[in-house]
Each structure stands twice: as C-alpha cells, then as structure tokens.
Design a protein around this ligand. Structure first.
Ligand code: FES
Length: 116
C-alpha cells in the first residue's frame, strides 16, 4: 500500500498518513537523511493520535517525536519513550518498503491491528 514518494518527505521532517482512510492519520513517518522511521500514530500512554497539528510530530529541535497530549518524548530511531508518562514504553514500529522508483509503501496492510 503506497504512502507517498520519498521526495515528498523532506529530510528532518515528519508526516502523517491515513492509508486505510479512517478519517485520521494512523501512521507517522520521520525522515532522517536516507532513512525513514515509521510508527503507528498512537501514543502508548492513552493510545491517542500524537500530532499537535497536521504532520507536526517533532519537538522544536526536531530531535524527538513528541505527543501533543501530555508531552511524552520518543526517540526517532527506536520509538522508545525517554520522557513523560509512558517512560520506557515504545511506539509501535510500522515496517516500510522503499521501492527503487522512490515510492514508499507499507510492508504490511495490517498496521492498525495491535500486536498480540
Ligand atoms: S497520550 Fe501521549 S503523553 Fe499522554
């Protein structure tokens, strides 16, 4: 399932996607150079969406993913919460595939299912 072209993910920026068209973004992607990090757009604290406005998932420094609700901070590369009410918990990774033509796809269509 295609999300976008990598050229539409600026280096250092974050972006939300609604691949299953549920009416809100359910996947967040952060680009760092040639690497993409994707997670479910659901905070482990209350399982709520994380952006404070469309595509705004990072703190002011761009060094952490931050939850708008209560300010939890997460490492971009691991999804680990390093500050806030869900300290030690992690965002749920979403595997991506980057095709040779630059298209970014979900590796699985089941990203809305909570792992058991
Ligand atoms: S819901 Fe994210 S920090 Fe509380």
């Amino acid at each position: 399932m295609k999300l976008c072209h990598i050229d539409h993910l600026p280096d250092g920026a974050s972006r939300g996607f609604d691949p299953h068209q549920v009416g809100q973004d359910t996947v967040l992607v952060v680009r760092q150079g040639a690497r993409l990090f994707a997670y479910r757009d659901a905070c482990p604290h209350h399982d709520t969406p994380m952006a404070w406005r469309k595509d705004a998932y990072l703190d002011g420094t761009g060094q952490h993913i931050v939850c708008a609700a209560h300010g939890a901070q997460f490492e971009i590369t691991t999804g680990l919460c390093t500050l806030g009410p869900c300290l030690g918990e992690s965002l749920t990774p979403v595997p991506l595939l980057i095709h040779h033509n630059g298209e970014v796809h979900l590796a699985s269509n089941n990203i809305l299912e909570t792992p058991t």
